[in-house]
Ligand binder design. Structure first.
Ligand code: F6R
Length: 616
């Protein structure tokens, strides 16, 4: 989950690389480093520093590294070795002829390291990466060019890696390899870029080439050559990036996260675009699983991590209610280790904003090995998870830079609703006019979300008044229960305080013991309907209030029944129970963002976290 940049072209490599790293810092910020080929001296020049990119920039100062037009850079999320200067990337070979940056984990590095040390190599860091630098340098010293050296070395590595290397004796090329970690090439006019994410080079080009599994790519000013690890010619997948730089910048907000919260009406609208006819029939052409196959499905298992898992929990309510297909939801990291029952009639739905989460990817591979069909719901075009799935529904949230997921989550919910409705349509479990009614309600969601956002000042005021509390609970029922879990996760990861979500009905079975005088408890109140949900939630709220909690209720506009039991009320537009998560989560996102801001935390880059978690 590190960020990687490579560049060859006419500009100053250091500038292009540092700018690229700035856009990739969300991937990890334990350290940052840059290396360039100092052609005049025939050497590698490099600098690297623990901590955020700003530390590296300070160290580079005004003069920076020597002028150079080929280089690589790295921003790290530490796996092997403490986040200090020595373990920061780039790593150099024994003679400092080759420099390497790496994302992922080389699983057999210990054996390789021992072998190198037995041959007299002295490795200075605790990282798994340094072995690759030594092996590559030895291969070029033995006469291989950097491309063949990369092919040969990658054949010996196990695990997940994107490796990018430069050779001081071969100044006009950067060579990279990809296995299980992301890598894209940007093809400019007389210049070529490499990065973990297009955000790093979108300022310069939108022409991109996605690398496949086990491929080596050599970039020069004039273009790109792709080979396999066996040295056979190969090809990447060419595409044009359809978002621009302004989408990746803060646009006047203090945090990317806040900007992304406010982008949610547009993101939801975009995710609905073109997915139904005017009369409300679903058209998900991208689902490359035939209607016959969808009719044969007898079980759905949703797999995901973190916030995406909570989107999956909402999906279960919608899928089972609208399609009557049994649906399980499971943490991707648990799924494949418990011997799940899968057949060719099982549909596994993998939800991932980044499309790179290793736990989810490994679960997908396991599911496919058991012949289950896998459908991905993903926000990142061309990432690994959709590529390794049988089908994909892309969410159209645009780039999500804030580490805490917000618009990614809302658009995942939309994709889940669309999938559930599509299955209901194909299998005939709902009438066409019922589906059309729900689709119309979904189409109204962007304006409802905007309405909730228009009330953000009241939520910020709540954050100010509750800023001193060190513990907050969240209660929900039915589709509101995953919202409570997501509200608690947002607060934990951003404000670093104790926060827990509970199913309101479960409270009396134990957690109610946590309630004490003045404890803030957010209550996601379901809409009043024909079912008992609202009345049951009301009882739960009374129970905590009676024990001294402060009740912060999210309730629909004219819900007067709640008023006597609510210390604070945030009003939500009236919508159906299953769609309410799209609205109810928004004040909780705003609350967490504001509270963390008031506490002086870095909202976009919370401590210990990274945007895409590409290790298991
Ligand atoms: C929380 C958050 C994480 C991610 C999780 C899965 O705000 O962002 O919990 O949801 O790491 O990531 P993706 O969806 O990229 O697979």
């Amino acid at each position: 989950m590190c960020g990687i940049v490579g560049y060859v072209g006419p500009r100053q490599a250091q500038d292009v690389i540092v700018e690229g790293l700035r856009r990739l810092e969300y991937r990890g910020y334990d350290s940052a480093g840059v290396a360039v080929v100092d052609e005049a001296a025939g050497l590698i020049a490099s600098d690297k520093r623990a901590g955020k990119l700003a530390n590296l920039e300070k160290a580079l100062g005004v003069d920076g590294l020597p002028a150079a037009t080929t280089g690589i850079g790295h921003t790290r999320w530490a796996t092997h070795g403490a986040p200090n200067d020595v373990n920061a990337h780039p790593h150099l070979g024994a003679e400092a002829r080759v420099a390497v940056v790496h994302n992922g984990i080389i699983e057999n590095f210990a054996a390789l390291r021992t072998a190198l040390e037995n041959e007299g190599h002295r490795l200075v860091s605790e990282t798994d990466t340094e072995v690759a630098a030594h092996l590559l340098e030895r291969a070029v010293a033995d006469g291989a060019d950097l491309t063949s050296a990369m092919e040969e070395v990658c054949g010996r590595l196990e695990g997940a890696f994107t490796l990018v290397a430069i050779d001081s004796q071969d100044p006009d090329r950067v060579v990279a390899a990809r296995r299980n970690s992301p890598l894209v090439v940007g093809m400019g006019d007389g210049e070529t870029f490499l990065a973990s994410d297009v955000a790093a080079f979108i300022e310069h080009t939108r022409d991109a080439l996605e690398l496949g599994q086990d491929q080596v790519v050599t970039i020069t000013r004039d273009g790109v050559e792709v080979t396999t690890f066996d040295g056979e010619p190969s090809e990447g997948l060419h595409y044009v990036v359809d978002w621009d730089l302004s989408a990746a910048e803060k646009g006047g907000y203090d945090w990317f996260m806040r900007k992304e919260i406010f982008e949610q009406p547009r993101a939801v609208a975009d995710s609905l675009l073109g997915r139904h006819t005017e009369d409300g029939a679903l058209q998900l052409d991208e689902v490359r699983i035939t209607e016959d196959e969808l009719r044969d499905i007898d079980k759905i298992i949703v797999i995901a991590c973190g916030t995406s898992f909570y989107a999956g929990l909402v999906a279960k309510y919608a899928i089972e209610h609208w399609t009557r297909i049994p649906c399980e939801v499971e943490l991707a990291s648990e799924f494949r280790y418990r011997d799940p029952i899968l057949t060719r009639d099982t549909l596994v739905v993998a939800i991932s904003q980044s499309g790179e989460t290793a736990d989810t990817l490994m679960a997908i591979r396991y599911a496919r090995s058991q012949r289950a069909k896998v459908l991905a719901i993903c926000n990142s075009n061309g990432s690994t998870i959709p590529r390794e799935s049988d089908a994909v529904i892309y969410t159209h949230a645009g780039p999500e830079i804030g580490v805490a997921s917000t618009k990614g989550y809302l658009t995942q919910l939309v994709a889940c609703y669309l999938l559930a409705l599509y299955l209901a349509q194909v299998r005939g479990t709902r009438f066409g006019d019922e589906i059309a009614t729900i689709v119309r309600e979904l189409e109204e969601m962007p304006q409802h979300i905007q309405h909730v956002l228009d009330g953000s000042d009241a939520v910020y005021d709540l954050a100010r008044r509750y800023v001193d509390h060190r513990s907050v609970l969240f209660l929900g029922r039915h589709a509101g229960y995953p919202v409570a879990l997501e509200g608690a996760l947002k607060l934990k990861e951003l404000a670093y305080i104790h926060a827990e979500g509970f199913a309101a009905g479960e409270l009396k079975h134990g957690p109610i013991a946590l309630i004490e005088e003045g404890l803030p408890v957010f209550c996601v109140v379901p809409p009043r309907g024909r079912d008992q949900l609202h009345a049951k939630m009301l009882s739960g709220i009374q129970e905590v209030k009676a024990r001294g909690a402060r009740t912060l209720c999210l309730a629909e506009e004219d819900d007067d029944a709640i008023t006597p039991y609510a210390d604070e009320i945030v009003r939500l537009p009236k919508v159906s129970t299953l769609l309410q998560p799209l609205l109810a989560v928004v004040p909780l996102q705003l609350f967490a963002c504001e509270l963390a801001t008031l506490l002086g935390h870095d909202v976009d880059q919370p401590r210990n976290l990274a945007k895409s978690v590409t290790v298991e």
